[in-house]
Write a protein that binds this ligand. Sequence first.
Ligand code: ADP
Ligand code: MG
Length: 608
Amino acid sequence: MPEIQVLSPHVADLIAAGEVVERPASVAKELVENAIDAGAGQVTVEIAHGGLTFLRVTDDGCGIPAGQLATAFLRHATSKLRTEYDLEAIGTLGFRGEALAAIAAVSRVEVLTRTADSPLGASLSLEGGVPGEVEEAGCPLGTTMVVRDLFYNTPARLKFMKKDAAEGAAVFAAVQREALSHPEVSVKFIRDGKQELLTPGDGQLQSAVYAVLGRELALGFRPVKGSGEDMAVSGFVSLPACCRGSRSWQFFFVNGRQVKSKLMTAALEQAYQNQKMVGKFPGCVLYLTTKLSAVDVNVHPAKTEVKFGSERAVFSAVYHAVLSALEGDRSHPRAEWKQEAIPAPPAQAEPQQTRIPLERPARPPLRTGHGPVVARVHDTAFPTRPAPPAPAPEVRQAPEPVQPPRPEPVREAPAPAEEPPPADWRVAGEVLNTYIIVEQGDTVLFIDKHAAHERMNFDRMKAAGYDPMAQTLLTPALCRLSAPEHQVLLDHQGLLEEFGFEVDELGADLAVRQAPFDVAVEDIPATLEEIAQKLLTTGSADPAAARDELLHTMACKAAIKGGWHTSPQELERVAQAVMSGQVKYCPHGRPVAIQLTKKELEKQFKRA
Ligand code: ADP
Ligand code: MG
């Protein structure tokens, strides 16, 4: 073993910097938090090349006195903490005095800053942490930090940076979280010269949420207000119907600090038990306010994890606040509060393009809407009485999923090849717009038309390839996805094109200019989110698996839907595929048919 030595301050600094400054997004986070701590009303973040070559944060906060400017860049230099006792009740976002030192150690920094009591400001440049001279400089009140060439002196770290677009997306996500954490601060984000975010800074949670997450998402949110022992919970949660394919839309804040909290996530999701679809996650922007001393924020290098004095109290406060928001929802008709919940913010608060109302294009023949079925109901003998909801059939023994009948054994009269044997089954009808009822001998089969058709599509697409009929959208459909989802789609543009999607970037959104006919226009954003999640989980390492995942999605989208009207011919075709044994399970592994025998029916009717 080589001799044990204390590392040189330079190497020690680089190691320490690694903990704080992982990527451009962490620089943006630290600098914006310094601006917020400095009491800024407006903060602007500008980046070029994903923040790797250029990242500038400008604020109108209190500024740094010229005499203290060089000190601010020393490790453990802070104005926010004095004694160990202060650690017990931290009210600022920063407190360790590490960020500026860490950032400066791995980049080229220029600062311009002026305090209110000084007519002239000061400037300072640092290279790899080595400061130049503090000079006088004319500048507005507040601080501007420019960080250039991040990791220029730590090639090992630089090597791990993703493409500019991915790093830029991560910076954007970090800025979004900061903007949500402090609705009283107006936050602007400019990427490569284009403004992608502006929050109004009017102190209203809803206008910050609206500006950051976009109108679509905000409309699916329901306000939350609640309190617990020494704490208050406020913000927004998504309606069970508006849950998303990932947790990327869960934002938690504790005393103005963005946090990742398994505890709060669990409390949130517990409140949705049995309400949301399996595999979907609620979105939220939830603020917990409590005594400073009830939270330990000094447990994580990036300060994004916290420890609560009473986990039980936090869980209970979040759980109950969310639950009552969701319950409040049930007592109101949907359309009404949807408009109230999030009033339109002032015009300047919406930097995004106004979303266009999406029109449904001419659909392929399979989907003909609900019309005919409704009409038939009204034609019956009891036209004035609305049909009562169908009671759940009291089946004591749940019908078993079955393997659909195998083709007849060959020994029984082999039919000539050119003339198929007459079917020994018939379609008796369809119920609930979802299940095809087939009678075969003494057995009644219920076929899930969507599941069966999805399987048929999948098999066909897998065998013959997916050759989508794509439509160019007159007005592109805009999708607001989480940064990783957004990026993974951009990274797979070629694959998406094979599947009929033409997607490019429009500010913070993805603009879908072309999509396959199989996907209803209003369903495009959810479909792309689903595809993005699949790509993120399969990873780009396995193109075949990724292609299969997309086939699954498209097979599902192209399938007739439960609840929709389907023509008798189409039902017949689906029944045929199932009864021939060609289709057994849907691509997700769910059965496509269940059966009830005459015996079982007789038992139910006590006839046996
Ligand atoms: P910390 O935020 O933990 O105190 P930093 O290294 O981030 O540590 O900053 C060091 C000090 O520099 C801060 O305590 C603060 O006094 C000062 N400072 C940094 N950024 C700003 C800013 N934008 N405006 C005013 N003061 C700042
Ligand atoms: Mg700081």
